[in-house]
Design a protein around this ligand. Structure first.
Ligand SMILES: [Zn+2]
Ligand SMILES: [Zn+2]
Length: 226
């Protein structure tokens, strides 16, 4: 693609383009190349007479050779940056001497336009896919962690004889047999929360439990369903 960057550098030099290429420069380049520019609407007679409707449906812009005159036609409703890119693409075809339009020449004209208007090269397809998979995996991981934390909060522990329900690591459960039960079932069955481990509240200590002593409760948020 070296010939493309050389062609862009040539154009930039001869038109003294510094930094970004604006629509004024694009128009000047096309004018100097002997091109006329028109929107599809303005050129509707030409488009009809020369059977170019299929091009206007398929392309944002295209160059038509008519009596040795190049006419660059483009959609009426393009945004500024779309128009600049579309016209820069057509300049690319002209500057690179393309006389046929295929995947290779289209890719070259796109590359030319990106360089001329100062856009970064296209990210490779694989990179974009990997990037998305990365995001999806981290979203799934976050959701899984949140669900497991919430599910864990929903489960409390009761002993055969006790009237309280507990968190799993409550010392009231040590050396006793206990089983897990949902907080709703525990409440329905007349169990009340243990005052030591205070199940059913988020203590933020699922993160800090190893560092903060259980009885120093800094913040607690009642669970919504309580
Ligand atoms: Zn093209
Ligand atoms: Zn307890």
């Amino acid at each position: 693609m070296d010939n493309i960057s050389n062609a862009v550098e040539d154009i930039k030099k001869s038109y003294a383009v510094k930094g970004t290429t604006d629509i004024g420069i694009i128009n000047r380049i096309l004018g100097n190349e002997g091109c006329r520019i028109s929107t599809y609407k303005k050129a509707h007679k030409l488009i009809k007479a020369h059977n170019l409707q299929s091009f206007t449906e398929k392309y944002r812009a295209f160059t038509y050779n008519y009596n040795d005159q190049k006419i660059v036609l483009h959609r009426d409703e393009l945004k500024d940056e779309q128009l600049i890119f579309a016209l820069a693409h057509e300049i690319g075809h002209i500057a690179l001497g393309h006389n046929e339009y295929n995947k290779k020449t289209e890719a070259e004209a796109d590359e030319f336009a990106r360089l001329l208007v100062g856009l970064k090269p296209k990210q490779s397809f694989n990179k974009r896919i990997v990037f998305r998979i990365d995001i999806i995996i981290s979203i799934i991981a976050t959701i899984t962690i949140l669900i497991s934390v919430i599910m864990d909060m929903r489960n409390v522990y009761v002993t055969a004889s006790g009237a309280r329900y507990h968190r799993k690591d409550c010392y009231h459960l040590t050396n006793r047999s206990y089983h897990s039960i949902t907080i709703e079932d525990a409440t329905e069955n007349g169990y009340t929360p243990c005052k030591t481990c205070r199940p059913g509240t988020i203590f933020f200590d699922f993160v800090l439990s190893n560092y903060v002593e259980r009885h120093i409760v800094l913040t607690e948020i009642p669970l919504l369903y309580k």
